[in-house]
Design a protein around this ligand. Structure first.
Ligand SMILES: [Zn+2]
Ligand SMILES: [Zn+2]
Length: 236
């Protein structure tokens, strides 16, 4: 059995050689130099409308229809190396990229002094995939990333409480209005008794219009969550 596995790995390495997503240096998925090139978010803007707002804050106007209190954005999807890393992580199923990508999030939390905020009074929840997509991919990318954060800051992860009821059409090609319709009522909270009165950090890898995050937050709010803070790796 072991030999069989070795043979498979040998051919996998031939097909998908390990090389840096940024500079193609061999034997590493994201080298130190490329890692350093990824800029973290230092801008102060509202994640929904883009107007100036304090770091992580949603502007007064957008707050009126947001179930989330804050959304912290680690970096941007137009950071070339980050984009490539996320793509390879998700679509080429390279789980080893969870470590460096998790480190980017951790660095951001320290830099923004959020490490003081994110403590054991919070609970982490990843945006869930539909079971069909989970089966295809074999893992939930968001879940792998938050394991890194959870470990570092001693925050518990609440898995299997947020369920995606139906498999939605990919959001990438849809306009904002269509996105909202596509995602409406997609999430359900399976165990409201667990969520009740808790401070939740809801994590997603990419934020575009924010409709997915809002819809998931709505389900958690309905279940009795006390506060919901968003955390996103990259804004598109
Ligand atoms: Zn590199
Ligand atoms: Zn706004």
């Amino acid at each position: 059995m072991k030999i069989f596995k070795k043979i498979i790995n040998f051919f996998l390495d031939l097909l998908f050689p390990i090389e840096c997503v940024g500079c193609q240096k061999e034997n590493i998925w994201l080298c130190e130099e490329c890692f350093k090139k990824i800029n973290l978010n230092l801008k102060n803007f509202c994640p929904f409308c883009g107007k100036p707002a304090r770091m992580g804050c949603i502007c007064q106007q957008c707050l009126t229809h947001s179930p989330l209190k804050n959304i912290f954005i680690v970096s941007f999807y137009n950071e070339k190396i980050l984009k490539q890393a996320i793509h390879v992580f998700k679509y080429n199923n390279i789980r080893d990229l969870a470590k460096p990508l998790g480190k980017i999030i951790i660095n951001f939390l320290y830099q923004s002094k959020l490490n003081f905020l994110f403590n054991d009074s919070y609970f982490l929840i990843p945006i869930s995939l539909h079971r069909k997509r989970l089966f295809e991919r074999g893992f939930n990318q968001s879940e792998l990333l938050i394991r890194e954060i959870a470990q570092k800051f001693k925050i518990s992860i609440l898995n299997n409480v947020l369920k995606r009821k139906r498999n939605t059409q990919s959001q990438t090609k849809l306009k904002e209005k269509e996105r909202r319709k596509n995602i409406k009522n997609v999430f359900i909270c399976l165990q409201p008794e667990i969520i009740k009165n808790k401070n939740i950090i809801l994590f997603d890898d990419i934020l575009t219009t924010g409709s997915t995050l809002k819809e998931a937050a709505r389900a958690l709010k309905k279940a009795g969550a006390k506060t919901i803070t968003g955390l996103v790796l990259a804004k598109g």
